[in-house]
Write a protein of this length. Sequence first.
Length: 243
Amino acid sequence: MLDSTIAIIADIHGNRWALEAVLADIDRRQIAQIVNLGDSVLGPMDPVGTADLLIARNILSICGNDDRVLFAPPEQPSASQIFTQARLTEAHLAWLRASPTTAIVADELFLCHGTPSSDETYLLEEVSAQGIALRSSADIRALIEGVTQPVVLCGHSHLARTVYLPNGTLVVNPGSVGLPAYIDEGGNIEAGSPHARYVLLTKTAHGWLVEHVALPYDWERAAGAARAYNRPDWATWVATGRV
């Protein structure tokens, strides 16, 4: 049983500066347990520094789709995949390989990157010709069929959401620590601000307390790193939260 507050982070994407700010805030609040929902290092900023921080803190991290492509690369890797792979050591790749695709914490929290069965599918968002919208409760329940934990934690879409299903299941996406906007095949993903996002989750007598945190940090420094590596698109996404 979860008997204290737990911090939930996701989708850091190699933004060490955002991760450092989030970890400092978590430490200031004296939160002992942190879980990471994946997509940790891919991105034209500081993948090595990001991986080193997560490994040193021994943070439970699951494997996201943009982690998996680093140790099982596609035939035509993207520029961000090439950039990140070239900088990671074999020790970093071994850490990614060893990361589970899902995890259960305290018998009450089910962790996945996308959905329980796919790291490439949005759990809470539906992509259609009209754009990206919140899925129906019935569709979300179908995607988590078989999960018995009362709380499901997911990432992947970078959109901070708390969804309460009619059967009492709580689904939480903490948003993105390090990449608040990007371009998806179905449309633009935009948090609307450059803040580093994460969640604090606490079990209370009346139910689950979900605190979404949007944290200021030196996002211009992170954007400058992306710009220095000739990625003005990432620099804009990081510095504005818009595409």
